[in-house]
Each structure stands twice: as C-alpha cells, then as structure tokens.
Design a binder for this molecule. Structure first.
Ligand code: KIV
Ligand code: ZN
Length: 513
C-alpha cells in the first residue's frame, strides 16, 4: 500500500487506441472537440493519434497540437525513423509535445510479427529513442506486449530506452492477459530491476478479460505513476482501461492507494456523453461511473436506505462525476444565455458562429415541440452543428415517402451535387429501405450498409428521432448521424452524412472512390 500522496498522471488515448477500435472513424473537427473536453477534464497527456498511419491522423494530431494548449500532446510512432519524424512534424505546433515510440518485446511478437531478433529490437529501441530525444525532451517508450515478455530482456530494453533519453517507460498488457495480482508483482519486479529513480513508470492495460482497470490499479500499487486509459473504455477489441473507473477508484479508495490524479471528475459524465455521441458507440446503462443507471436505485429496500442516509448505497455522489440529477428541459422562453450554458454543461465547446447557428436550430425546434430535452440538444448539435465533414458533396434538398398498408413503400429523394439537383425514386421493404435505394441510384458507387440504429432522444412522445449509420466501401468505414423531429428525415440525413464522410475518409487514406 502506498501512502505517499503522489499524483498519478492520466494519459488519455481515446483518440489513438480508442479510435483504432474497428467501428470508429473520427474526423479532425471531432477530435478537436474531444481534445478540448479532455483539457477541461484536466488530463495530463492527450495521445492525439498516430501521425504516420494516415494523412487524416497526421492532420488531426497537428490541429490538436496547435489548438489545445493545456495538456502535453503526444503522437505515437513505431521505432521507424519515418514514424518518428512524422510524429515530430505533426507535433510542431504544440505548447508541450511528447513522442511516444514503441516496439514489441515478447518472443511471439518479435518472431512472428516483427521477424526480428531480440538484439535487433534492443538496437532499434536505442536508436529510436535517441532520435526522438534529439527532437523533443519528452520521450515515452512502450514495450508492446510487455506482460508476456521475458523479464531479463524487458529490463535490458527499458534500460536502453532510459539511457538514450526516455523519461517515461510504459508497461503495456497489450492483449489483456495479465491477472491483477500477477501484474502487480510483474510491475514491481521490472521497476525494481531497472531501478532508475526519476523515471516515470506507466501502464497501458487492455480489457480482453475485463481486467483492464483492475490491472491498472494493481500497477499503481506497484509504483506506476502514469496510467494510459480511454473515456468509456474505448479501444482495440474489448477496449482499454476506462479512465473514469480508474480515477474514481483512486479517489474513492484513497485510503487504500494513497495517491490521486489532477482530474476534474465532475466533467466525466458530459465527456462520456460527448465521446459516445461523436463515436456513435453507446454507453451501456449499467456502465460504472458514467452509465445512466450508475446512480439509479430501484429496489425498495435500497430506496429506503437512500432516504435515511445516501451513504448506505452510494460510495460516491452523482455530483462528483457530473451525473445530472434531472434532465432540465428548455423551451421557447429560454434565452440565448440559458441555452449556451446548457450546451456547455453538456460538454460542448462551440465557436461563436457555431453557438449562433445552434441557437437558431434550437428556436426552430421549439416551434416544433414544447420541451427540448438534453438528448434533443445533443442530437441536433451532433447532426447540424458538429457534422464537420470537410466537404459536403451531397446535400439533401427534398424527400417524399409514401407508406401504407396497401402498396409498397416508395421514396423520392432529391440531392444537390456539383451545383445541380437530381431526383430518383425507388420502392423498398420499408420507408428507410426505399429511401436508401433511391439515394444509391444517385451515387456513382455502392457503399454497403454496415450498421444502422435509430432511437428517440428522450422518453417524451414528441422526442426527436436520431439515426446512426455506418457505411463501408472497400476497407473504409464512415459513420453518419441524423436528427429530426421526422425519423425518416433523420435516417436519410444520417446516410448522406456517412456518404460525405466516406469521401473524406477515402481522401485521407488515399483510396479512390
Ligand atoms: O496496446 C499496446 O501495447 C499499445 C502500445 C502502442 C502502447 O497500444
Ligand atoms: Zn493499446
């Protein structure tokens, strides 16, 4: 047990490891929104992307580096010289930057993935860290698959990294294989064996067996003072350790860990919703800390206890993580100030132009429905204000859908493209199917519908409908969101947004459509 009162640095990798998760495709504007929310949360380091991996990633890291000044901005790089120079170039505008370079150290990764000998890995580590250090004073080195690596070899690699200038050494449990007690011992042993006071030990735990958070906490007990994690536990496969769970565990059980973080936990709920909205990955209702049921007490006996003393069933308060007590409804009498304040409380940071446009949409919505809920505001912010497709190739101009118990559903869609408007009609199994078939007739290519979801933004009968669509073309996936008081319009808008984003994603990856 540690009672030193140390600070554990929070290294967020939502936009790198989180975005790597197969279904997610964030664009630069969305990454900047998330980075600003992470800055408000007060994270220490934001890993904004992997600049050498694509033009889009490079651009996003460069934008975040130049616009988000509080946290250190990190870029990931393999040990290849071209990766390190790409990261350095993308990070050029940062107030404080970090190059995070990595290579695998486990026998299985070295033999089958890298096809390198341990000596080659050792040499490459030293060279890469030295090069990175010649560019920036803040260099982190990760030994990928560290938890399945030979301890003596790992110690040698970490020592070489430190001797060449790495200040942070990361021990990833890349495949989520470790058990907490075993990982604690492993981390303690490697830290002791390398024995370099002054360096910062970090961990990066994946969640394949649901132990990402437990392993991260175990590593803190062993001396790790940086934890790599993501909002909502997003990440490769089963995800990474969830930041909100780690931070609230350290805080709620400070008696046990004796350490804390600098995080403003009251921003967790809004940040979680923002990330969920932008990535399109829903948060499960019973998710720890940020699920909508995380503070709901259903059983009568629990409710009775809560009425007597909240501490009977609450180990942390909803306010401490920014969970909303009640969903405040706005309406046509709500002014610009009340609206802007609510938008900010929901975790969005809009430019003055975006804020004015959002207020106009809000007023339009108030003409259509009496109560505007938080869910409504979030849905139309995501669709109308933050749909940051760099180029809107196709725009919805008009639609008409007929359905009934008699004939087949029919849709007619008019799109604007290249300065001209064209209309096509189609029949389908339902109104959405008919609409999508009509749109496909207007496109020069045929993307595949990989995912489709619709939901109401609140429990009110007059709720806004929100649609989420993922389209796939070749190896590229893109998401689109649409919101409207008319659910069919929402689904059409979502599809067109995904088409536009497919074009942007293809351009960023240099894939022809
Ligand atoms: O899981 C992993 O090992 C990683 C490294 C690049 C840190 O993501
Ligand atoms: Zn990872």
């Amino acid at each position: 047990m540690n009672a030193s009162g140390d600070i554990v640095r929070i290294f967020d990798t939502t936009m790198r490891d989180g975005e790597q998760a197969a279904r997610i495709n964030l664009n630069t504007g969305e990454k900047v929104q998330i980075a600003r929310a992470l800055e408000r949360l007060n994270v220490d380091i934001i890993e904004a992307g992997f600049p050498a991996s694509s033009k889009g990633d490079f651009e996003a890291v460069a934008r975040v580096a130049s616009e988000v000044r509080g946290p250190v901005i990190a870029g990931l790089a393999r040990t290849k010289e071209s990766d390190i120079t790409a990261a350095a170039e993308a990070l050029r505008g940062a107030a404080r930057s970090r190059i995070h370079t990595f290579i695998a150290t486990s026998a299985i990764h070295m033999e089958y993935k890298l096809r390198m000998t341990p000596d080659e890995v050792l040499r490459e580590t030293a060279q890469a860290v030295k090069l990175a250090r010649s560019i920036t004073p803040d260099v982190e080195f990760s030994a990928e698959d560290a938890s399945r690596s030979d301890m003596d070899f790992l110690a040698e690699v970490f020592t070489a990294a430190i001797e060449n200038g790495a200040a942070t050494l990361n021990i990833p449990d890349t495949v989520g294989y470790a058990m907490p007690y075993e990982f604690e011992e492993f981390c303690r042993a490697i830290i002791g064996r390398v024995n370099r006071p002054g360096v910062i030990w970090s961990v990066h735990c994946h969640n394949d067996l649901g132990l990402g958070v437990a392993n991260s906490l175990a590593a803190v007990r062993a001396g790790a003072r940086q934890v790599e994690c993501t909002i909502n536990g997003l990440g490769e496969r089963a995800g990474n350790a969830a930041m909100e769970e780690i931070v609230m565990s350290l805080r709620t059980r400070k008696d046990h860990f004796g350490v804390d973080t600098k995080i403003d936990a009251s921003k967790f709920f809004s940040t979680s919703k923002l990330v969920s909205g932008l990535t399109g990955v829903p948060v499960q209702p019973n998710k720890a800390v940020v699920g909508i049921n995380a503070f709901a007490h259903e059983a009568g006996i629990h409710q009775h206890g809560m009425l007597c003393n909240k501490a009977t069933y609450e180990i942390m308060t909803p306010e401490s993580v920014g969970a909303p007590g009640t969903d405040l409804h706005l309406g046509k009498h709500s002014g610009r100030h009340a609206f802007s304040e609510r938008v900010e409380q929901l975790g969005y940071q809009l430019t003055p132009e975006q804020s004015s446009a959002a207020f106009e949409y809000f007023k339009e919505l108030c003409d259509k429905k009496k109560d505007v809920t938080d869910g409504d505001i979030e849905a139309f912010l995501l669709d109308r204000i933050l749909s940051l497709t760099p180029e809107k190739r196709y725009e919805l101009k008009d639609y008409a859908v007929t359905i009934g118990s008699g004939g087949k559903p029919t849709a007619s869609i008019t799109l604007a493209h290249d300065g001209a408007e064209t209309t096509e009609a189609a029949v389908g199994n339902g109104p959405v199917d008919a609409s999508y078939k009509a749109i496909l007739k207007l496109l020069p290519f045929s993307p595949e519908l990989a995912e489709f979801r619709i939901r109401a933004t609140s429990e009110l009968a007059e709720a806004v409908g929100e649609a989420h669509v993922i389209l796939r073309y070749k190896e590229i996936k893109a998401q689109g969101r649409g919101a409207s008081t008319d659910i069919i319009e929402a689904t059409i808008r979502a599809y067109i947004e995904a088409v536009n984003r497919l074009y942007s994603a293809a351009a960023a990856r240099e894939v022809a459509i």
